[in-house]
Design a protein around this ligand. Structure first.
Ligand code: SF4
Length: 314
């Protein structure tokens, strides 16, 4: 049974034998076959909301209209968005394309001019359909690709005319951690290639408007994990050697152990101030000059609840 086969040219071209992300499943998502991400060709979206917790250059004080996709092509055991990212959960009915656009446009009418796609790596075709729909509706916001870094170079090349700002994670420098924590033993190699492609497209300069709001560029995020400061240092060295020290880095301390890792021998802990300081010192020593570090206490601030209509409000 074909569940999705109308005018969506990117979905039609790319999801009959899906190799959109590095998992390369080859399944027909249009006919309802499911690959690793367990999402079909619909608009599987958990939330469309205003989010003010991103880096200062992403959206500024007004915030960004974030589209949180359901499921993910990584399954990180410590994921802070686990309510929506776990591929074994049954998600809400996919939104229609029209409802998706209407919800976004309602937010754009508030003056917000940045749209962020969160965990979009398995939804690249739907992202292009949404951007095309928004542009055809007469809006021209900036579009942010806020991914886990587990992206495919070919997919990113096709996204070049659509995406203004790349905001990828760079999570791991070693395959042991990437396999054990996120079920992807080739993550370090794949993510490095993907981020190099983003860098090739955008360069090292983060272009901003007169209010300091990003208009185009690349920001690499790295979340420091407990007991893993040596791995974080290795990862920063890799960026310095293989990409550039002029690229913008967002070094995050906001890790907190979710229920899923309460008894994990490493991930049940919070990162200490000392661990975070070691990594931030290395950032400066290596010569990175652009970006943000967080207050160590940030781990107490980030608690989204996707059961709510507004997941980031108390
Ligand atoms: S997007 Fe989903 S189905 Fe397609 S290759 Fe990736 S994990 Fe597999």
């Amino acid at each position: 049974m074909t569940i999705f086969s109308d005018n969506f040219k990117f979905i039609k071209a790319e999801l009959t034998e899906c190799k959109v992300c590095p998992r390369n499943c080859g399944v027909n998502r249009i006919s309802g076959e499911l690959g690793y991400c367990k999402t079909n060709a619909g608009f599987s979206i958990s939330s469309i909301c205003i989010h003010k917790g991103e880096e200062p250059a992403i959206g500024g004080e007004l915030g960004v209209c974030n589209i949180f996709f359901s499921h993910c092509n990584l399954q990180c055991v410590y994921c802070q968005n686990n309510q929506i990212s776990c591929n074994d959960q049954i998600f809400k009915k996919p939104l229609s394309f029209e409802d998706t656009l209407n919800k976004i446009i309602e937010i754009l009418k508030n003056g917000i001019n940045v749209i962020g796609f969160v965990s979009p790596s398995h939804m690249a075709s739907q992202v292009k359909e949404i951007i095309t729909g928004i542009r055809n509706s007469g809006y021209n916001p900036k579009f942010v690709w806020n991914s886990n870094g587990y992206d495919k170079v070919e997919t990113l090349k096709n996204l070049e005319p659509f995406i203004d700002i790349y905001l990828p994670d760079f999570k791991y420098s070693n395959t042991k951690d990437s396999y054990e924590f996120s079920d992807a033993n080739n993550y370090p190699e794949v993510a490095l290639k993907a981020i190099k492609e983003m860098y090739y497209q955008k360069g090292s300069k983060l272009n901003t408007d007169e209010n300091g709001i990003a208009e185009s560029g690349l920001i690499i995020r790295h979340l420091v994990l407990p007991g893993k400061s040596a791995e974080s240092i290795k990862l920063l060295e890799t960026i310095a050697e293989e990409i550039s020290t002029r690229v913008t880095i967002s070094l995050m301390s906001q890790y907190f152990p979710t229920e899923n890792v309460k008894s994990h021998k490493i991930l049940s802990k919070q990162i200490t101030k000392e661990e975070y300081n070691i990594v931030t010192n290395t950032l400066y020593e290596l010569g990175f000059i652009n970006g943000w570090i967080q207050e160590h206490e940030s781990q107490n601030n980030y608690r989204p609840d996707f059961e709510k209509d507004h997941p980031f409000e108390e």
